[in-house]
Design a protein around this ligand. Structure first.
Ligand code: ARG
Length: 399
């Protein structure tokens, strides 16, 4: 057991993090627990959460609005990196963790705390992300993880909480474990643990059932500057508003549901459902724009490094040296990613209609099959003669 006198706890208001407060005080001998809750656009009322932490025994309960840094410092780099773990998951939960960790450390420094704490269990990815982000930013701080060690079942945890003034969840509650922020909604556990079972309809909340989406398609246009989305349907918007509107628009047309088996850091395969309409729409648009802006070799290398970037973020290495080095490469590629992309959203599908980049590498005079064609067709013969030399040599030898 790791010990500390004053601890800043990452607090969500749920049963586990609430029980962490009396547990740290009573069982682990911590003298002072400060609760820290982040507003990440999850739509929870934060004042009741603050009060709950105080009733559970926290000496202070702090709330901070981190929606803008989540979008600007974490989601925008992910969009520029086309960050999709295992080619599919846009990292909506994973991106928020290093941000929360950064603020835990900040509050710990301001209050002179010698430890930080979180309520993650020992099976998930989030514990890895918190622990590694804290280790990278403040290797001297103790990390206390009671939920990883207390060995209580759900029922035991609720009973322990009730003995310490933490009310049991009112309803029987949802069978799912849900994480929600501006970037999306992650759902796991309950009936989803059977990977053959189709997700029950009540799993979804942000995205309409594709069959029930409007019969009328909608066109959405996204404009980019230096790889960042800056306009939606021609209107310049700040990044947070743009993400909110992209979520609503794509969600209303049934686009952005993911059902996948993913490989957790701890080696477990798990069945995950995501609702990430805005992130998926913006990454799709960004990829599409890159295809017209980036040189072929830059794009081929970027596609490989993007996968590595997404793995690092998923695996909790946001503040690590490789991730920082990759950011240098990725940022260098984005200067030229300017232009706009149009999609048609219709009953769960998102079909590209067109893309445009004033300073892109698409050259109509070279691409055209019309009379304006500037490409020197005869030069192709010499190119192919040399390009094919090795092939002909090999074929002659092995005839
Ligand atoms: N599997 C996703 C990830 O690792 C989502 C985790 C969801 N967390 C939660 N507490 N339900 O990023």
């Amino acid at each position: 057991m790791v010990r500390a006198r004053r601890v800043v706890l990452a607090y969500s208001g749920g049963v586990d993090t609430s029980v962490c407060i009396p547990y740290l005080l009573q069982e682990w001998g911590v003298e002072d627990v400060v609760a820290f809750a982040a507003d990440l656009g999850q739509g929870d009322e934060l004042e009741p959460i603050r009060q709950k932490a105080l009733r559970a025994g926290a000496s202070q309960a702090l709330v901070e609005d981190l929606v803008e840094p989540l979008m600007k410092e974490f989601a925008l780099p992910a969009i520029r990196a086309n960050g999709l773990y295992q080619g599919r998951y846009p990292l909506s939960t994973a991106l928020a963790r290093p941000l929360i960790a950064r603020h835990l450390v900040k509050v710990a420094r301001e209050l002179g705390a010698d430890g930080v704490a979180h309520g993650c269990t020992g099976k998930g990815n989030d514990q890895v992300r918190f622990d590694l982000a804290i280790a990278a930013l403040a290797p001297d701080l103790a990390i206390l993880t009671p939920a990883r060690e207390w060995g209580m079942s759900r029922e035991d945890t609720i009973a322990y909480g009730e003995r310490h003034g933490i009310p049991a969840p009112v309803s029987k509650g949802s069978p799912y474990s849900i994480d929600l922020n501006l970037l999306g909604r992650s759902i796991e556990a309950g009936p989803l643990e059977d990977p053959w079972l189709e997700p029950p309809a009540d799993v979804y909340d942000l995205i309409c059932r594709p069959e029930a989406a409007p019969d009328e398609a909608v066109v959405v246009e996204i404009g980019f500057a230096h790889g960042n989305p800056v306009t939606l349907n021609g209107h310049p918007l700040d990044p947070v508003t743009l993400m909110r509107q992209a979520n609503v628009l794509a969600g209303a047309h049934g686009y952005g549901r993911i059902d996948m088996i993913e490989d957790r850091v701890v080696g477990i395969k798990s069945r995950e459902i995501y609702e990430t309409p805005g992130m998926l729409l913006l990454i799709r648009a960004h990829q599409e724009l890159e295809s017209i802006c980036l040189a072929a070799d830059v794009m081929a290398t970027k596609r490989q490094l993007e996968q590595r970037w997404a793995e690092l973020v998923y695996q909790g290495l946001w503040f690590g040296p490789l991730k920082q080095a990759l950011d240098g490469f990725l940022d260098a590629t984005q200067k030229e990613v300017n232009g706009r992309v149009r999609f048609r959203l219709y009953k769960g599908s998102c079909t590209v209609m067109g893309r445009e980049a004033a300073n892109g590498l698409y050259d109509m005079d070279l691409a055209t099959y019309g009379r304006e064609d500037q490409f020197d067709h005869r030069a192709a013969a010499g190119f192919i003669y040399i390009w094919g030399l090795a092939t002909r040599l090999w074929a002659n030898r092995h005839r």
